[in-house]
Ligand binder design. Structure first.
Ligand code: ZN
Length: 222
């Protein structure tokens, strides 16, 4: 069979399989994908799912761009179950490189999102709360890296440093900073996340807008 005929046959098979979404909602682009019901993918304590995860939430201390704590000091790193499971895949890959994940922000209560927006109303760095951020949906996580003993390793900038050096692909010479940033990116992309091009630390689940706003205030440890 000529090559183009094979291609057409493959395309026919592919479109046949997408027809399985006869509900008419399957397609390309978030607006055509099915919303995920909240109860289908509940929040879990990521530390119980992700091997070696270190939780140092920036907004639970004064170590953030606001300069004061916004979260209760004991807030766990809450993520949708499917997100925590994918993060576990990335953590296992990084452990083989003697690295551990540090969670700097996980599910963000909507009212905190509003405070961040007020302090720094720049789309791309902070999500407009009117749209509901991916952090507020429980599908985004801000990360850093530590060695196996838990000591933070070199990375290009501080967490929440807004500027060109924070870009996920900011040019860097061969260095530990670059090697760590790239190791994180590789492990997270392989596990089904995308990086925010403006922030090397911010990763979200593919198609994250399908998930509704989460309710971390309703979370009860099991
Ligand atoms: Zn983030």
């Amino acid at each position: 069979m000529p090559k183009f005929a094979l291609l057409l046959a493959a395309l026919a098979t592919f479109s046949g399989s997408t027809d399985a979404g006869a509900a008419g909602t399957l397609g390309y682009g978030p607006e055509r994908l099915q919303p995920v019901p909240d109860s289908a993918d509940p929040l879990v304590d990521a530390a119980a799912v992700v091997p070696g995860l270190i939780v140092t939430l920036a907004y639970a201390s004064s170590d953030n761009f606001i300069g004061r704590p916004l979260y209760p000091p004991d807030l766990p790193c809450l993520l949708r179950r499917s997100v925590a499971e994918r993060l576990a895949v990335a953590a296992r890959a990084l452990a083989l490189q003697q690295l551990r994940l540090i969670a700097r922000d996980c599910t963000r209560p909507q009212k905190i999102q509003e405070q961040l927006w007020k302090a720094h109303p720049h789309a791309g760095a902070v999500a407009d709360p009117a749209r509901g951020s991916l952090h507020a949906r429980g599908v985004a996580v801000d990360l850093s890296l530590a060695d196996l003993s838990g000591s933070p390793v070199a990375l290009p900038t501080a967490f929440d440093a807004f500027g060109p050096a924070a870009a996920a692909a900011a040019p860097l010479p061969e260095s530990p900073e670059r090697a760590h940033r790239e190791a994180l990116k590789r492990a997270m992309h392989d596990a089904g996340f995308r990086v925010n091009p403006k922030e090397w630390w911010h990763y979200s689940r593919l198609w994250g807008w399908r998930w509704p706003l989460a309710h971390p205030e309703r979370f009860r440890p099991r």
